[in-house]
Ligand binder design. Structure first.
Ligand SMILES: [Zn+2]
Length: 281
């Protein structure tokens, strides 16, 4: 039964992510221009009606059914017949999949107070997927999505501290996780004057550190993200698909590894401890 709820929630929030990413981008583009109140209302994230990104035709209910509408229209707008990016159904499917996988692999039984943490995680995931898509497309992590997620991460950190039997240890863990998550990137950002990584990566590191909540997991997130980043960018460099000075967004790697660490990080960490420190430290 829970899986069916998650399926519906995942598909709907996936569709929300597509709209959010597009609207935030349109708003950012229009920042430099003067725009009317009507434009603003049209692009409002919560109030604006859904429309075709190409012809701006308002979409009817039958155009808004996640995945199925895209399939039945063969990936084209009903009104202007321009192709609709594969991103739309793909994001809906990925969000649903990540929601269900989160439920299956959640490390603690989801009962009582843990329901609050798991629900907050789903909201956080929605924002993180939106950030990943935005970073992949436009190489930036927009503050309009980052800041609400930072507040949400603080709520998750507070829940983590409140629900752990030893509040003080949980608090120290949170502070360390936050310092590692945000701190390493902050140092890199300062040294390179923003050339290696952007200010958005520093804030994202902070968000991930806070929501994952232990220093070991924080290190693991950065380590996995770096490994994945290298595994993908080095072959691209050798095949000349990537030039030496081209920019690779680091946000999506951080987000994917944070999801992995949140769900199976404890297996990885205990495997590491058993393999390298079998007699304890
Ligand atoms: Zn259209």
């Amino acid at each position: 039964m829970v899986i069916i709820y998650l399926l519906v929630a995942g598909v709907c929030l996936g569709s929300f992510i597509n709209a959010l990413v597009w609207r935030v981008h349109e708003q950012e583009k229009r920042k430099s221009k003067k725009y009317t109140k009507a434009d603003l209302a049209r692009l409002s994230i919560l109030k604006g009606r859904s429309m075709c990104p190409n012809c701006s035709h308002k979409l009817a209910l039958k155009d808004l059914i996640p995945v199925l509408s895209w399939l039945s229209l063969k990936g084209k707008c009903r009104y202007c017949h321009k192709a609709i990016s594969l991103q739309y159904p793909l994001v809906e499917l990925i969000t649903t999949l990540v929601f269900i996988v989160s439920y299956i692999f959640w490390p603690i039984p989801i009962k009582g107070l843990e329901i609050a943490i798991f629900s907050s995680w789903l909201v956080l995931l929605t924002g993180l997927i939106a950030l990943a898509i935005y970073d992949l497309r436009w190489l930036i992590l927009p503050n309009r999505i980052i800041y609400p997620l930072l507040y949400l991460a603080l709520v998750i950190a507070a829940l983590n501290i409140a629900f752990k039997p030893n509040h003080l240890t949980a608090l120290v863990n949170e502070v360390l996780a936050m310092l590692i998550g945000g701190g390493i990137f902050y140092v890199l950002f300062q040294i390179s004057k923003g050339k290696w990584i952007g200010g958005g990566d520093v804030r994202l590191g902070l968000i991930l550190g806070l929501s994952i909540g232990t220093p070991g997991s924080s290190i693991l997130v950065i380590f996995l993200a770096s490994v994945m980043g290298s595994l993908i960018s080095i072959p691209l460099m050798f095949t000349h698909k990537l030039k030496k000075n081209s920019v690779i967004p680091f946000g999506p790697f951080l987000i994917v590894s944070a999801i992995i660490v949140q769900l199976v990080g404890h297996f990885i960490l205990s495997w590491y401890n058993n393999t390298f420190f079998p007699y304890g430290v």
